[in-house]
Design a protein around this ligand. Structure first.
Ligand code: 5GP
Length: 204
């Protein structure tokens, strides 16, 4: 039987570009890991496909999943639920495949509590000034809204301490390379492979 796969969690502050980096990772066809499609109650955006970008569900359906204990994690973000269905993650890890989650920070904290041996990667903006530019650059928000986003972002950056890796998103293709390097290296960690060697010794 193959070893259980790794659970890889990509998170980071709002506006840092998690979704863009994740999409760039999965546009490559050389990945050894599989993306866990999230569930959400938000409206489908143009071009999005149910079951590919998200599982689009009603609040009632989402809450029933929570009730049944079928979510690995979930959070309310800007008035909508987002979460990771548990079954796909478990089945994929059991097949020995790594699973990749791209989620906001409240959800990542829950996963950290439940799966402490996951690989936690925090995507960071090159600096706070640029984060502000990105947040402001989104459109026609009021200064209050922008200040609130900055406050949230500052708090989120303080959460970096929970993570194993901080990857700067200066250029998407560089961030993608860094993340892929981390995942490869994680497989060589002694604490991940020593069990296999001990088992071999016992069988001799
Ligand atoms: P968007 O609505 O722009 O697709 O996503 C909004 C936020 O939800 C992003 O920060 C994204 O990372 C986060 N997100 C997407 N899927 C999940 C999930 O399954 N769980 C959690 N906690 N956050 C998610």
């Amino acid at each position: 039987m193959s070893e259980r796969g790794l659970l890889i969690v990509l998170s980071g502050p709002s506006g840092v570009g998690k979704g863009t980096v994740r999409k760039a990772i999965f546009e490559r066809d050389d990945n050894e890991f599989e993306y866990s499609v999230s569930m959400t109650t938000r409206q489908k955006r143009e071009g999005e496909v149910d079951g590919v970008d998200y599982y689009f569900r009603t609040r009632e359906e989402f809450e029933a999943m929570i009730e049944a204990g079928d979510m690995l994690e979930y959070a309310e973000y800007v008035g909508n639920y987002y979460g990771t269905p548990l079954t796909y993650v478990n089945e994929t890890l059991d097949r020995g495949k790594d699973v990749f989650l791209e989620i906001e920070v409240q959800g990542a904290r829950q996963v950290k509590d439940k799966v402490p041996d996951g690989v936690f990667i925090f995507l960071t903006p090159p600096d706070l000034a640029e984060l502000k530019a990105r947040i402001v650059g989104r459109g026609t928000d009021t200064p209050e809204v922008i200040d609130e986003r900055m406050k949230v972002a500052r708090e989120e950056i303080e959460m970096m301490a929970l993570y194993d890796y901080a990857v700067v998103n200066d250029e998407v293709h560089l961030a993608v390379d860094r993340i892929k390097d981390i995942i490869v290296s994680e497989h060589y960690r002694v604490d991940r492979v020593i069990g296999k060697y001990i088992k071999m010794l016992k069988e001799i």
